[in-house]
Design a protein around this ligand. Structure first.
Ligand SMILES: C[S@@+](CC[C@H](N)C(=O)[O-])C[C@H]1O[C@@H](n2cnc3c(N)ncnc32)[C@H](O)[C@@H]1O
Length: 282
């Protein structure tokens, strides 16, 4: 696969340069792994390195060949924004190539999780030519661009954040799928389509269950819904499908679990899980 490796071992040159400038006890604490998205680095930096953070970032950027370096932080809020601190450089917009897809994004504001790569690749394979996919939480097209590009599916991509939406629109053009992928800058609960989708993407976490009734109304009979959510380990493996099934039944639908995968650890004792569910209209 082209694109960026999730992590890399520290390059000897970084250690050589910084060991001349940092107190010796701090040198072993330099980050040994980092994430590279396009030509932007995300560096996990320990608190002890705070006074040297800008110089450290500069050296990593020069040795690795990045134009900007961000400090790894939290992903927050409805729009799942990153708000990472910029340690080096100014321009944090980049094009990241993965699985033949070009993703343009602002790494300082928009999440792009290396841990979700398997799911992005899987979605390229499950989509079928001509079927209609509705991506309810499109982001920059993380999951639905592979479906349009490789799967040749028709895609309706819904993204609420105006900032992220700009990149979604650009990415549709960059990947030349304007003929089969359309983007809407709205809250998915305001999307008017009913009974239209062969497949629905619910790539969101924490509160995804609140959107199940809307997904059911968009779905055709026997549609497949890729339902993501975060689940405390003690409730697995019954959850998150049990909640999906309960809400579906309350709305007059039946739900069948086809497949379940763990995407990544979300927090201590909490997992990000995806369940593929087939839904049947009552
Ligand atoms: C965490 S990102 C995930 C992107 C992609 N689905 C993935 O799984 O990699 C979720 C996106 O959903 C958007 N979003 C959140 N609530 C939404 C809503 N009610 N309607 C449409 N988009 C929403 C956020 O702005 C964010 O860009």
């Amino acid at each position: 696969m082209d694109g960026t490796k999730k992590t890399q071992l520290i390059k000897p040159r970084i250690g050589m340069v910084l060991s001349k400038e940092l107190p010796p006890e701090l040198v072993p604490k330099l980050p040994k792994h980092w994430v590279q998205i396009g030509d932007v680095l995300i560096l996990p930096l320990r608190q002890e390195l705070e006074p040297y953070k800008h110089r450290i970032a500069e050296v990593y950027a020069e040795v690795i060949g990045a134009k900007a370096v961000l400090r790894k932080g939290r992903i927050r809020g409805e729009f799942r924004e990153t708000n990472y601190e910029i340690l080096y450089g100014e321009d944090t917009v980049t094009v990241h190539v993965e699985n033949g897809i070009r993703y343009k994004l602002d790494v300082a504001r928009i999440m792009f999780s290396p841990a979700n790569v398997k799911e992005r690749v899987r979605m390229a394979k499950v989509a079928k030519p001509g079927e209609l996919v509705v991506d309810m939480f499109a982001g920059i097209g993380h999951l639905s661009l592979p479906m349009a590009v490789h799967g040749k599916a028709r895609v309706i991509a819904i993204e609420k954040s105006p900032y992220t939406f700009q990149f979604l629109v650009e990415n549709i053009e960059l990947n030349k799928v304007q003929d089969r992928m359309t983007a809407y800058n709205i809250d998915n609960r305001d999307f008017p389509g009913e009974d239209i989708a062969d497949r629905i993407l619910m790539g969101y976490v924490v509160t995804t269950h609140k959107f199940i009734p809307k997904a059911l109304s968009i779905a055709k009979d026997e549609a497949v819904i890729h339902y993501h959510n975060t689940v405390p380990e003690r409730l697995m493996p019954q959850e998150p499908f049990r909640t999906f099934q309960r809400i579906a039944r309350e709305h007059g639908y039946e739900a069948e679990k086809l497949n379940e995968l763990i995407i990544k650890r979300y927090a201590p004792g909490v997992w990000h899980v995806v369940v593929d569910v087939r839904v049947f209209k009552g």
